[in-house]
Design a protein around this ligand. Sequence first.
Ligand SMILES: NC(=O)c1ccc[n+]([C@@H]2O[C@H](COP(=O)([O-])OP(=O)(O)OC[C@H]3O[C@@H](n4cnc5c(N)ncnc54)[C@H](OP(=O)(O)O)[C@@H]3O)[C@@H](O)[C@H]2O)c1
Length: 258
Amino acid sequence: MEGIDSTDVVTEGNEIKWSTIGKKKIFVAGATGSTGRRIVEQLLAKGFRVKAGVRDLEKAKTSLPHDNPALEIVKADVTEGSVKLADAISDDSEAVICATGCRPGWNLHAPWKVDNLGTINLVEACRKLGVTRFILVSSILVNGAAMGQILNPAYIYLNVFGFALISKLRAEQYVRESGINYTIIRPGGLRDEPPTGNLVMESADTLYQGIISRDQVAEVAVAALIRPEASYKVVEIVSRPDAPKRSCGELFSSIAHR
Ligand SMILES: NC(=O)c1ccc[n+]([C@@H]2O[C@H](COP(=O)([O-])OP(=O)(O)OC[C@H]3O[C@@H](n4cnc5c(N)ncnc54)[C@H](OP(=O)(O)O)[C@@H]3O)[C@@H](O)[C@H]2O)c1
């Protein structure tokens, strides 16, 4: 697997020349989700080929772009095991972006199955195939207990419904110990609206509140793919109107490896 590395990235000043890195195929898990489909759209807009992994092919017909030859849609339920997922991802994918997640609900086993075991299945599928780049959309506060945020209402709410944050933290630990080249992106509260502020990026276990547009999360996930500074990092992101405008490259550079 060739992968995407710094030699693929041509910049003009601080701006990436996306046209130089197009044609790489990226697998997006959870591609019909509110963040997943934005990731798909941004990848296509930047010239990547995309394999959209969805659990519901009918839903994908209405929520993903039609008739784009650069987009392939495949069934990929992350709870169905790494062998099926490896078939779906296939060895022509250069990287996997995981944007799956459970909405809070009464199926209390679902977060563990999807947010923990499902992500582990994706990593194992990558290992089988030799896919070496993995981007995970996680959440701020996953390590809330260690941050002294055990009584933070968001920490309580998200864990009451099946330990969603704890499930994500376990998955993060697996990703980090797997040896794969990872970037873990932990956004604050997600909004469908366009960005109302500039991107703020902090290192792991720093942010315990804040919101961000899903458009910005997608932008960071796509930038992480081609920014060598993003490798082997856990970053937390929110947006703030009073924050200075900085590129994703600058922001990734400002975060230390853990
Ligand atoms: N909501 C927030 O404020 C917030 C804050 C921080 C972090 N996050 C996290 O950020 C990520 C993206 O959030 P979002 O609100 O954009 O998510 P979303 O709209 O709920 O999308 C989640 C996606 O995961 C898919 N999915 C669920 N179970 C699956 C399975 N077994 N196999 C394959 N795919 C499965 C869903 O499929 P369907 O389309 O078929 O339903 C959906 O496409 C999630 O991990 C979420 O937990 C959310």
